[in-house]
Design a protein around this ligand. Structure first.
Ligand SMILES: [Zn+2]
Length: 474
């Protein structure tokens, strides 16, 4: 099938005179396949890449709009393989953490997020991200046009899992009221119910079956392990990948035995062992480290506790004014934090941070998975407090580099590897003829350090090139 499609594309391109509408010239083109072309050319025909190569390989047709980006670096658009459209990047989107509906009524918040999901599409494009995987949220994150309409240049590519199947019920915190059809957490109680829920998710249009699998009490372990296996079997029967939140080694192994195609977080309780690696590789499963989200949760709680706003890591001005204002008014949530913790803020904050031990283990496990040849993606868990839609990709990639991955490995994780995990490798992830014209231009070389992804100057989505200044939201 794949071969036939490629052959057809090649035949059409050979028969049709090349009409490129845009060309970028003079940059070092890091095309995502492992090739870097000095003084390269990228030709774009409408929303597709027409040619990537040297000036000799890609002759520029007459009438092309040529952009001289000499001295710059061009890469594929970045891909965040773990985020949530139904969360904001602040505590107001996580009433299970600290809730105060007097200040931030949850129904109003969800209505506003649903009414304008373009908010997060804008902040992603502003940061150089052109595709995201929403790995869990209310049904609208799957069904609404922002996820289903592909004919929109101001939108990033979206794959979405929708409601989470879980034994760990948090629905009580989210108070649905008028949002009764928008319940996020679906119970994992019996095999019959699981089969029915997965059929419903398939009908909604979910791209994956997400399970939230929290360490079971010992007397519950056998029952819940069996239910997770049932989810895996039903997901497979419906042709949908199983993706699992299981941050403990035992739970992660159970998830892989159930057929998981993606672990949406690091294993953070102990070093992974050979059995884990064997299971991960046998499934060709994706490992999404999400190194920064826990620490950011802790920073958010401490900001509320101290009343001192957290430093915002948003070098390209992609966080919009409403979110900016809420993050800069942490005192609003102080009464709720006092109620939640009975005044004992520090243990709560440290629980959120996960302390240093988990940070060290996550870095160690990332190296172990990398050394074993595991499939690693760049994934932020954006939408959680202070893990910002868009700019958090810089911090996440820097954490991957600090953990020992090379810039080239991280560039792969943030482009082609993410596209493969999303099932979009034919469409995005590399700069190759026929793919969607989604790319970014940097003034500094990301192969030196991924910190240089901050030096974003231009973003092209579907062949439309914009300067970073045009994409700023404040
Ligand atoms: Zn998440």
């Amino acid at each position: 099938m794949r071969t036939a499609t490629l052959a057809l594309t090649t035949a059409i391109m050979a028969a049709t005179p090349l009409v490129a509408h845009e060309a970028l010239v003079g940059a070092t083109v890091i095309d995502g396949t492992g090739r870097a072309i000095e003084n390269g050319v990228v030709l774009v025909d409408e929303d597709r890449i027409a040619c990537v190569g040297t000036a000799e390989e890609c002759a520029i047709p007459e009438g092309t709009n040529v952009h001289d980006v000499t001295g710059s670096f061009v890469t594929p658009g970045l891909i965040d393989a773990h985020m949530h459209f139904a969360q904001t990047g602040w505590i107001d989107g996580r009433p299970d953490g600290i809730e105060d509906k007097r200040i931030y009524p949850y129904e109003e918040l969800v209505d506003s997020l649903r009414a304008d999901p373009g908010r997060w599409h804008r902040s992603y494009l502003c940061s150089g991200v052109t595709a995201v995987f929403d790995v869990g949220g209310a049904p609208w994150t799957v069904t609404d046009p922002h996820a289903t309409d592909t004919d929109w240049v101001d939108r990033v590519h979206v794959k979405a899992a929708g409601p989470l199947i879980t034994h760990y019920d948090l629905n009580r915190y989210f108070v649905y009221g008028s949002l009764e059809d928008q319940v996020k957490f679906w119970p994992m109680e019996s095999e019959a119910e699981i089969r029915a829920d997965i059929a419903r998710l398939k009908a909604l249009g979910s791209d994956a079956i997400k399970v939230w699998f929290i360490r079971p009490e010992p007397d519950e372990k056998d029952r819940l392990d069996a239910l997770l296996m049932a989810v895996g079997a039903a997901a497979t029967a419906n042709g949908l990948p199983l993706i699992v939140h299981a941050t403990e080694l035992e739970g992660a192994k159970t998830a892989l035995k159930a057929g998981a195609k993606m672990l949406v977080h690091s294993v953070d309780d102990e070093p992974v062992d050979q059995e884990f690696i064997d299971l991960l590789l046998a499934n060709d499963a994706t490992y999404a480290p999400t190194l920064i989200a826990g620490l950011n949760w802790g920073r958010a709680v401490l900001a509320v506790a101290t009343g001192e706003a957290a430093a915002l890591d948003d070098p390209n001005m992609c966080v919009d004014q409403q979110l900016f204002d809420r993050i800069n008014d942490p005192t609003a949530l102080q009464p709720a934090l006092e109620e939640r913790t009975g005044g004992r803020v520090s243990p709560f904050a440290m629980g959120m941070i996960g302390a240093g031990r988990e940070e060290v283990i996550m870095a160690q496990n990332l190296r172990t998975v990398r050394n074993a040849g595991g499939h690693i993606v760049m994934a932020t868990d954006a939408g959680n407090p202070l893990t910002l839609h868009g700019p958090s990709v810089y911090n996440e990639m820097e954490a991957m580099e600090a953990a020992g991955m090379t810039p080239d490995e991280i560039i792969h994780a943030a482009t082609l590897a993410g596209a493969q995990t999303m099932g979009l490798a034919e469409e995005i992830g590399t700069l190759e003829a026929g793919k969607s014209a989604d790319l970014i231009v940097l003034s500094e070389d990301p192969r030196q350090t991924v910190r240089n992804f901050r030096s974003l100057t231009q973003v092209m989505r579907k062949g439309v090139l914009k300067t970073q200044e045009e994409l700023r939201v404040r």
